[in-house]
Design a protein around this ligand. Structure first.
Ligand code: CA
Length: 527
């Protein structure tokens, strides 16, 4: 279908706009207001709305995203080759809690069917998770998981899945380095995710640096799930810190003995998990993580604003929502500190930005390393433009708390959970922080998902939603063409979240059995 030439300007002060049409527009195309393209402009890319002289500011989202490197007459294609990126805002003299969040009435009466745990948290899935203390045991555990799923899981129909929490940490690392706390608490807190019902079981090799008692110090695991059913489980090594199978234990003679021990221990946990039942819970018990990946210029126009609208609905309903991705908010840090609920929250945001600036600097990089070839092909010229589109996922609510990478959340409202922007690392850290449902927007397209929590994927463009019809849960591309509004898609997403959280609907990735491996963030040295 031939569409009339269409562009979207985000803010009245912007001097560039985004070409909406599938396939882009050729030289000479004329928009409704008479603007004529001087050259071909691909879909999602920017067109100059005014004549720009060399050095002039290029403004999108009412923010300077760059400076013209040469004269760019009205109708020119504005891409990364013709603009220079601005410096990031400094971390001094930022506005501190200056923006009052818009008055938003509480949203009442929305519920979902969840699994309430003894600590009050609520899961959206009922999963047996097997924690590993070191990469060395990964394949043994995976072998056991395959057998557990085939031989035991059918006997426990209320349990949704069995997953191995594999990772590459645990040994060959400077485990006493200060930053080692990041991967260690990540592995620990993932095991305590509400979707796993407090049923922690670990598989250890025996000689690794990350010993089970270091991973799960006494008192870490909720009482209800701590050691019981000892008699049922039999000859496995048991520990006051939880249930542990140690492969190097002298009781093991041969591989089958290890598998049998893991399966016996798993069965004790499956029995208890099988007794869990969904119950009606207020939407305030939801803990949602939002993320974007494979972004394009539409991310900030369609999917992310719709997610932002849904974020505000969730906050109004009293839920917890996390947004993350340090390099994708760094250029808008002033917006975040201004939106902080109080000075302590603003200072915590600055602390996390400073930590990440230093981390990148140690590696000889800065936030500009974020954008990918696909981002640029999708019309995002640089990280400033990408960040402005990314932050929109957080909606308009006040930021009520900040988490360092992998820390567990313990409050409601909008939370800034500092993580890298890498999709799987951000997802892994949000799982550690306690999300029970993940919302992921994409413009280029990615099959990304997680085994630990359902992942709802939102397409930024109708063309992607059409081609990836069985991988994308929601199409926000209709916002660009005016067929639906940000509010409509935001409500659609909010309702879908309640359905998926309740287990009444599976995500596309769940139906296909797709999920990415957990990927830890280890800023500390390896040895
Ligand atoms: Ca990401």
């Amino acid at each position: 279908m031939e569409q009339t030439p269409l562009y979207i300007r985000v803010h009245p002060n912007d001097n560039v706009a985004i070409v909406v049409n599938d396939g882009g527009l050729g030289e000479g195309a004329v928009f409704a207001d008479g603007l004529r393209l001087r050259e071909r402009v691909p879909q999602g890319h920017k067109v100059a709305l005014a004549d720009l002289a060399e050095g002039d500011e290029v403004v999108r989202y009412n923010v300077v995203i760059g400076y013209a490197l040469k004269p760019l007459p009205k109708g020119s294609w504005i891409n990364e080759h013709v603009i220079r990126m601005p410096s990031p805002p400094g971390l001094e003299d930022l506005p501190i809690a200056t923006t009052r969040a818009p008055e938003m009435a509480p949203l009442e009466g929305y519920t979902f069917e969840g699994y309430r745990n003894s600590d009050g948290s609520v899961g959206t899935r009922n999963i047996l998770a097997i924690t590993t203390t070191v990469q060395c045991v990964a394949d043994v555990v995976q072998h056991a998981v395959t057998r557990i799923k085939a031989e035991l899981l059918p006997k426990y129909p209320n349990v949704d899945d069995v997953v191995s929490l594999g990772h590459t940490y645990g040994c060959g690392v400077a485990i006493d380095a200060p930053d080692a706390m990041v991967p260690i608490r990540t592995v620990r807190n993932i095991a305590l995710n509400p979707n796993f019902g407090g049923e922690v079981m670990m598989v250890s090799l025996g000689c690794e640096k990350l010993q089970p008692e270091r991973l799960m110090p006494p008192g870490t695991i909720p009482i209800a799930a701590a050691v019981d059913d000892v008699a049922d489980i039999g000859d496995v090594a048991l520990d006051q810190n939880g249930d542990v199978v140690v492969l190097q234990d002298e009781s093991h003679v041969g591989f089958q003995s290890m598998i049998t021990s893991i399966m016996k221990m798993a069965e004790g946990h499956l029995k208890r998990l099988n007794n869990r039942r969904r119950e009606t819970c207020p939407a305030s018990d939801l803990v949602i993580g939002v993320q974007c990946g494979g972004s394009d210029a539409f991310s900030g126009l369609t999917a992310n604003p719709a997610v932002g609208f849904a974020t505000d609905l969730l906050v109004r309903a009293g839920a917890t929502v996390m947004f993350s991705e340090v390099t994708e908010v760094r250029d808008g840090v002033d917006q975040l500190t201004a939106r902080a609920a109080n000075a302590d929250v603003a200072q915590a945001i600055i602390r996390e930005m400073q930590w990440y600036d230093d981390y990148l600097k140690r590696g000889g990089a800065d936030r500009s390393a974020n954008t990918t070839p696909g981002n640029k092909k999708g019309g995002l010229s640089n990280i400033v433009e990408k960040a402005m589109g990314s932050i929109i996922k957080s909606g308009n609510s006040a930021i009520s708390g900040v988490l360092s990478p992998g820390e567990k959340v313990n409050q409601k409202g909008l939370i800034y959970a500092a993580t890298p922007a890498s999709d799987f690392i951000c997802g892994t850290l949000q799982v550690a922080s306690g999300i029970t449902l993940h919302v992921f927007t994409t413009g280029r397209g990615t099959p990304y998902s997680l085994a630990e929590v359902p992942v709802i994927k939102v397409a930024t463009r109708s063309d992607l939603a059409r081609r990836w019809h069985d991988l994308m849960d929601i199409n926000a591309g209709t916002i660009a063409t005016g067929q639906s509004s940000i509010e409509e898609v935001g409500w659609e997403l909010f309702r879908l979240m309640l359905e998926v959280a309740s287990g009444r609907q599976q995500t596309c990735a769940e139906k296909l059995g797709l999920h990415n491996a957990l990927t830890l963030f280890n800023p500390a040295p390896v040895t």
